[in-house]
Design a protein around this ligand. Structure first.
Ligand code: TYM
Length: 334
């Protein structure tokens, strides 16, 4: 609880190009929830280096992502939008939490298994302990709620287990966070393979809608989306491609799957795909315009980065000092 408001925390990696999955599964919900909570949104650049990055590109992508948060409608005066690497408390708390997390727990993480398979030549210790850094992000701010897509649920469960374990040993140190998974858009699938989640790291660019894709590209990708031969627009597991398109359309129009089935009853897949493409393009266009506009204002963005890093550091240090004391580190002499 901060200023009588519950605390909300979330973050995204500044890696690859952000997709419609990131927007519908996370960012869109952040915008709807932000008034209700005291919010912290980080660009998790420390997580990004678990996979090799080009330093110049990482710096640029991190800045673009921070701008995107603001462009999506998060007021940086009310929401603390900052770079994870600017708050050293993340790494410090992570070290402590590493000592309260078991190898067996980390071994079970499906994202670790997936990423190890994809990066066989670089299975580094950071990739393995990545979920502990995520737990540190969340616990450092005494977060009550963490809005994420369904793929992050396992990391959230681990965060809760670590917090509860720590609290059992040392009293009520951490708030035990709850995940917030949106009603729509929690798992957006690839347009080329509806069995696989839409992902920044997908090799086939036609499987993902990138947030900065132009209208023609968006419509072309939807037209090519893999469907089936049922020729019926129904929301059911036997039609994963169509189900995914209904989920996307539902998330951008706020219509329910039932309403969408009715709207397109008797209509062809071509017409439906075009409608989804147009709806997505008209959702993303204002966002893209705002990103372009904000990117020009270097002084404003720099001031936000500075102010919010200070704010985040202030709150992070409060928790960190408490934790350091609990585990027995000597007091600082002032
Ligand atoms: P990341 O960067 O992979 O994804 C950012 C957010 O987007 C959601 N998401 C999706 N939602 C629906 N459908 C999809 N296809 C899809 N793809 C991605 C993710 O669930 C996530 O909410 N480890 C995290 C970042 C992180 C974090 C945190 C999140 C680090 N520390 C603390 C919350 C709190 C990650 O790699 O997300």
């Amino acid at each position: 609880m901060l200023n009588d408001k519950k605390v909300l925390y979330s973050g995204m990696q500044a890696t690859g190009k952000l997709t419609l999955g990131n927007y519908l599964g996370a960012l869109k919900n952040w915008v709807t929830l932000n008034e209700e909570y005291e919010c912290f949104f980080s660009v998790v650049d420390m997580h990004s280096i678990t996979v090799r990055q080009n330093p110049t590109e990482l710096r640029k992508k991190a800045r673009d992502l921070l701008i995107l948060y603001i462009a999506a409608g998060l007021d940086p005066k009310k929401n603390c939008i900052y770079y994870q690497s600017h708050v050293s408390g993340h790494a410090e708390l992570m070290w402590i939490l590493n000592c309260y997390t078991y190898m067996g727990e980390l071994n079970r993480m499906t994202q670790f298994k997936d990423k190890s398979r994809k990066n066989e030549d670089n299975i580094n210790a950071g990739l393995f302990t990545y979920p502990v850094l995520m737990a540190a992000d969340i616990l450092l701010f005494q977060s009550d709620v963490v809005p994420v897509g369904a793929d992050q649920m396992q990391h959230l469960e681990l965060t809760r287990d670590i917090a509860e374990r720590f609290n059992k040993l040392y009293g009520d140190v951490f708030t035990v966070p709850e995940a917030y998974i949106g009603k729509t858009g929690a798992r957006i699938m690839s347009l080329q393979n509806p069995e696989k989640k839409m992902s920044k790291s997908d090799e086939n660019p036609n499987g993902s809608i990138y947030l900065l894709d132009d209208t023609d590209t968006i419509i072309r990708k939807f037209k090519r989306a893999v469907t089936d031969s049922y020729s019926e627009i129904l929301y059911r597991d036997e039609q994963p491609g169509i189900k995914n398109l209904i989920d996307i359309y539902s998330a951008v129009t706020n219509k329910t799957p039932g309403e969408i089935e009715k709207e397109f009853d008797g209509k062809g897949y071509g017409e439906f795909k075009l409608a989804v493409g147009e709806a997505v393009a008209s959702t993303l266009k204002p966002l893209q315009d705002r990103v372009a506009e904000l990117s020009k204002d270097k002084a404003y963005i720099d001031s936000i980065i500075k102010e919010n890093a200070e704010k985040a550091n202030y709150f992070a240090t409060k928790t960190l000092r408490k934790v350091q004391r609990k585990v027995g580190f000597p007091d600082r002499i002032r």
